[in-house]
Design a protein around this ligand. Structure first.
Ligand SMILES: O=C(O)CCC(=O)C(=O)O
Length: 318
């Protein structure tokens, strides 16, 4: 079709422009990013200004449990656009790592897409993106980290700031999971690593498909006895826009998971964003090892409606 405007089109009022998901002119790049990440659209960043959309409900009626549950946190007219934006614009990884059980080494394939941004308290990013020492404000020596820490991009930084404001907690890390289908999952674990300090607060956001979030108390004794009957297992069907703040004794006493699910809306994809605060370098190394790793980059392909490897040299036959 020619680009020339016909007489007809000349007199027709211009069609309403499709809302752009992102403006690439405003992309925030960094030397550690595989590709630049655009800024949020004005409508999303303005919409986040109304978050939290609801007050958090305190859940502390079980032994050692301390949750604040926002249903939702992200306003309804914003969550869908934010989900589409993050799925389309972030880079993801499918991390593989080895574990040793006794003398046997096993390769673990992480059953979801992951990515991570941030750095522990010993360092911080200057406005120009350079990494500085928190004490002397000088550039961090190149051997401080084996990994290459990445600054939180502006699109997630906006949410981090709002979350800090509404929870009174401080965060320097942002981990993102993408569960492409009901086959993607995270098994029972707790975020109780020493590098998070005692009683860490973790703000966990859900966007996209509804998925069950399960919680159960850790066995109470060393012999692995069941916890007392009053601490029953919990199930929260997390919906798009919801946020659960886990705090207090929760991580040291409870396990959580997103189990695999067949059917339902799981195959529409779900994004989980967690904000955390790592105190020491070991936290930075750990988070980059398990959420970026050493494999290839994936990016959302809007035409194929799936995550595809970037520049892998592999293409589908057409
Ligand atoms: O996807 C979720 O809601 C949970 C994520 C999680 O447990 C984690 O990243 O440690």
């Amino acid at each position: 079709m020619s680009n020339k405007r016909t007489l007809d089109s000349f007199f027709k009022p211009p069609e309403a422009k499709k809302p752009k998901l992102a403006s690439t002119e405003d992309a925030s790049g960094h030397s550690t990013y595989p590709f630049p990440i655009p800024q949020l659209t004005t409508s999303v960043s303005e919409g986040l200004g109304f978050a939290p959309a609801n007050e958090g409900r305190q859940i502390n009626d079980q032994l050692d449990l301390d949750l604040l549950y926002f249903q939702p946190y992200i306003p309804k007219d914003v969550e869908r656009e934010l989900f589409n934006f993050l799925r389309q614009e972030l880079f993801f990884y499918r991390v593989q790592y080895q574990i040793k059980r006794g003398s046997i080494e096993t390769q673990i394939n992480t059953p979801r897409f992951t990515t991570v941004f941030g750095v522990d308290e010993s360092s911080y990013f200057a406005r120009d993106g350079s990494l500085l020492d928190s004490k002397n404000h000088r550039p961090v020596p190149s051997d401080r980290y084996k990994c290459r820490p990445r600054p939180i991009p502006s699109c997630l930084e906006a949410l981090r700031k709002v979350t800090e404001g509404s929870t009174g907690c401080k965060f320097n890390f942002c981990l993102v999971n993408y569960y492409a289908s009901g086959n993607d999952s995270i098994s029972f674990h707790s975020d109780d690593e020493r590098f998070l300090g005692p009683d860490p607060a973790i703000a966990s956001f859900s966007l996209g498909a509804k998925r069950d979030f399960l919680m159960k108390h850790k066995p109470i004794t060393r012999s692995g006895e069941e916890p007392p009957a009053e601490s029953k297992s919990l199930k929260y069907p997390l919906a798009s826009g919801d946020m659960i703040l886990m705090r207090g004794k929760t991580q040291s006493n409870w396990l959580h998971s997103i189990p695999k699910r067949k059917g339902g809306e799981s195959d529409r994809g779900r994004i989980n964003i967690t904000f955390r605060k790592a105190l020491v370098r070991g936290g930075t190394e750990n988070y980059y090892q398990y959420n970026v790793g050493s494999g290839g980059v994936y990016r959302w392909d809007q035409t194929k409606q799936e995550m595809r490897p970037v520049n892998s040299g592999v293409e589908d036959e057409v």
